[in-house]
Design a protein around this ligand. Structure first.
Ligand SMILES: [Zn+2]
Length: 145
């Protein structure tokens, strides 16, 4: 029997294989440094991978009138703004999910649990002074999101 919800390890293997999970030395637009970067569109450029991830995430929750789904939740800000917009449009959000959720991001949207296929403990440093890669002189890559 096929497991419709792959393990977090299997999802991470998919994200690494597609190049969506990258390791290196990254500086985010907010100035934070990290040895990790998720470039999620890379995981969705292949139909088979997109299908596996989308079906898995859809099986994490029940069928509901309004479910917000994102590829990655880094801070939770985007999904909270989306929920406010949905509410302003007269609908209720009763489900929420993402392929990857940073553990520092909220795990609930109000009282609704945010379901994800991977809970990722991202290492983020507030400045280059606190970043091990900066201290060691590793080349840096600036990322957009
Ligand atoms: Zn750094």
């Amino acid at each position: 029997m096929v497991d419709l919800i792959p393990s977090p390890e299997t999802v991470m293997t998919i994200l690494k294989r597609t190049g969506a999970f990258r390791e290196g030395h990254f500086v985010y637009p907010n100035g934070k440094h990290s040895p990790h970067y998720f470039q999620m569109p890379l995981a969705f450029r292949y139909y088979d991978t997109a299908r596996v991830l989308a079906v898995a995430l859809s099986n994490k929750g029940e069928v509901n009138p309004c479910i917000i789904v994102d590829d990655i939740i880094r801070s939770g800000q985007a999904i909270e703004e989306t929920a406010k917009l949905v509410k302003a449009l007269g609908s209720n959000v009763i489900g929420c999910g993402a392929i990857v959720r940073f553990t520092a991001a909220p795990d609930k949207l109000g009282v609704i649990p945010i379901k994800s296929l991977v809970e990722f403990d991202a290492h983020m440093y507030d400045s280059g002074d606190a970043c091990n890669d900066c201290v060691s002189g590793a080349p840096v890559e600036h990322v957009r999101f």
